[in-house]
Design a protein around this ligand. Structure first.
Ligand code: SF4
Ligand code: F3S
Ligand code: FES
Length: 248
């Protein structure tokens, strides 16, 4: 079954732009990205949109749909009533290049700042060993598809452009948490998390966890434990002493 939907799509570039309205056909089972592609092929051939996998795995098609950060390819049109206007705008936390495409290089710059995983030496039999619970924690964080929806929704950088110099954002807090809690990693990342990546800017609003398409518990499993580790380090003299003599 098909119907005609009303779409409002932001069109413009770094100089400015506005929402434009379109009436566009929707077929049963389609997602928002299908409708954007139909618009592109039938009405606005030069509409800029970034996408790749159409399977929720490449993280390219991030946008704001009716004000909520979402993947366009994973947002079913059945989410909306047939009479409901669907408004699609670019990620607000990042500079617009054109239409729905934003410049997300801030995120790659943050990724490059984090020191790489530095494993300790293998055991005598040539193996690395770690507990299953540590494997599972890493696996959860490594489900990240780098869609930047959490980065977009976090009010610390969304509403305060100037904070980007001090706070790397939730995606990088879980990268730091993953590595800092990794039993094989030898780099101590706690002071850097606080002093260089701005962990203290997060006030645990949990909006990042709510929009993550991979269902990563960014706040509960990553940011809060990382904050606890920093606090232990700074305010518990025994933990501090332990860290100085090589215990982690
Ligand atoms: Fe996207 Fe989730 Fe990764 Fe954030 S943590 S970039 S929301 S997949
Ligand atoms: Fe931002 Fe997530 Fe913290 S939304 S404030 S990083 S809990
Ligand atoms: Fe790859 Fe949507 S196109 S996540």
């Amino acid at each position: 079954m098909s119907y005609d939907a009303t779409f409002r799509v932001w069109r413009g570039d770094a100089e400015g732009g506005d929402l434009q309205s379109f009436t566009v056909a929707v077929n049963e089972g389609e997602v928002v990205l299908d409708v954007i592609h139909r618009l592109q092929s039938t009405q606005v051939g030069d509409l800029a949109v970034r996408w790749n996998c159409k399977a929720g795995k490449c993280g390219s098609c991030s946008a704001e749909i009716n004000g909520r950060p979402r993947l366009m390819c994973m947002t079913r049109m059945s989410t909306f009533g047939e009479d409901e206007t669907v408004t699609v705008t670019p990620l607000r936390a990042f500079p617009v290049i054109r239409d729905l495409v934003t410049d997300v290089s801030f995120n790659y710059e943050q990724a490059a700042r984090i020191p790489a995983f530095t494993p300790k030496a293998r055991e005598e039999d040539g193996n690395h060993r770690m507990q299953q619970v540590d494997v599972e924690r890493s696996q959860e964080f490594r489900k990240c598809i780098e869609c930047w929806l959490c980065q977009d929704v976090c009010h610390v950088i969304r509403d305060h452009e100037g904070n980007k110099a001090a706070f790397s954002g939730p995606r990088f807090m879980i990268r730091l948490a993953e590595l800092d809690m990794h039993p094989l990693d030898t780099v101590d990342r706690r002071d850097a998390a606080q002093d260089e990546f701005g962990l203290g800017y997060c006030n645990i609003t949990k909006c990042c966890s709510e929009v993550c398409p991979e269902g990563i518990h960014i706040t509960d499993n990553g940011i809060i434990p990382l904050k606890e580790r920093v606090v232990d380090r700074r305010f518990d003299p025994l933990t501090w002493l332990g860290s100085k003599i090589g215990r982690r």
